[in-house]
Design a protein around this ligand. Structure first.
Ligand SMILES: Nc1ncnc2c1ncn2[C@@H]1O[C@H](COP(=O)(O)OP(=O)(O)O)[C@@H](O)[C@H]1O
Ligand SMILES: [Mg+2]
Length: 259
């Protein structure tokens, strides 16, 4: 047992959220959210569209306006200058230049964030784009383009990588390839926080945070999810948990269901 563990769970967590209140427009997204995310694991943030996955990720990377509560990342308040190179975030919007090659994009972003030039070649290999390194991003498939943007997030070797629905719209083979990359990063010690609205991604995570209508309805593991609901199908397990949650909190609307 290491010192950080002895000193208490919060300090050894990658992310610690306490009493978080967030409003977006007229919607109250979080009304007192508490979450702990362990280091060095793949944590899946799973739940239907509109449940608050992106808002939680934005809070973790420090770009979300917060009404009250605290979000602590690697021991510092989310968004602190000290976290700038330790935490990377990949949104779903394209963030790379279509008319530049993969290599040019990565060189540009490496200079921008002050990552070593040697990161460019390393990252291209890690995301499996060696053969395409001199192709423009415009000439790539959607799955390859995403891997370029993942590569940008990996520059500078961040300790926490926050990926918002990285596998959405990808076929099963491409999804499996991406998950192999995520697992390799976690094996190297990176804390991976990955959101999805597809429950079959659940089995690939170490830890699961199941969300509904701005609340964590279960903080579990893939095995825990299945055994607590007596099923071998993650979708059915999530539905069973939603039904339990609805019975316990009948006045909360199933906000996600409208998408
Ligand atoms: N820019 C915004 N203005 C107002 N409401 C928003 C905005 N973005 C998100 N919301 C609302 O916040 C809630 C959570 O959204 P979000 O975090 O994007 O969910 P998810 O990522 O799980 O789909 C939803 O009810 C959504 O309608
Ligand atoms: Mg989202």
């Amino acid at each position: 047992m290491n010192k950080a563990m002895d000193a208490g769970g919060a300090r050894s967590s990658a992310v610690s959220v306490r009493g978080l209140h967030v409003r977006r427009g007229t919607t109250t997204v979080f009304d007192g959210l508490d979450v702990e995310i362990p280091r060095g694991q793949v944590t899946g943030l799973l739940g239907p569209s509109g449940c608050g996955k992106t808002t939680l990720m934005r809070s973790i990377v420090g770009v979300q306006k917060v009404a009250s509560g605290t979000v602590t990342v690697l021991g510092d308040p989310a968004g602190s200058p000290s976290l700038r190179h330790r935490v990377a975030y990949d949104t779903q919007d394209a963030s790379v230049y279509g008319d530049l090659t993969i290599e040019q994009n990565l060189r540009y972003f490496a200079r921008l964030i002050g990552a070593p030039a040697s990161d460019v070649g390393r990252v291209i290999e890690q995301v499996g784009l060696g053969p395409q390194a001199r192709q423009t991003v415009d000439s790539l498939s959607g799955g390859q383009e995403y891997r370029v943007s993942l590569g940008v997030a990996m520059l500078g070797t961040p300790e926490v990588l926050v990926l918002d629905e990285p596998t959405v719209g990808l076929d099963p083979v491409l999804r499996a390839e991406l998950w192999a990359i995520f697992r390799a990063l976690a094996a190297g010690g990176t804390t991976m926080i990955v959101s999805s609205h597809v429950m079959d991604e659940a089995v690939r995570c170490d830890r699961l945070l199941l969300m509904r209508a701005g609340r964590i309805i279960s903080d579990t593991t893939p095995e825990g999810l299945l055994s607590s609901t007596g099923t071998d199908d993650p979708d059915a397990a999530f539905l069973a948990l939603v039904e339990r949650d609805e019975a316990a909190h009948p006045k909360l609307r199933r906000e996600g269901d409208r998408s």
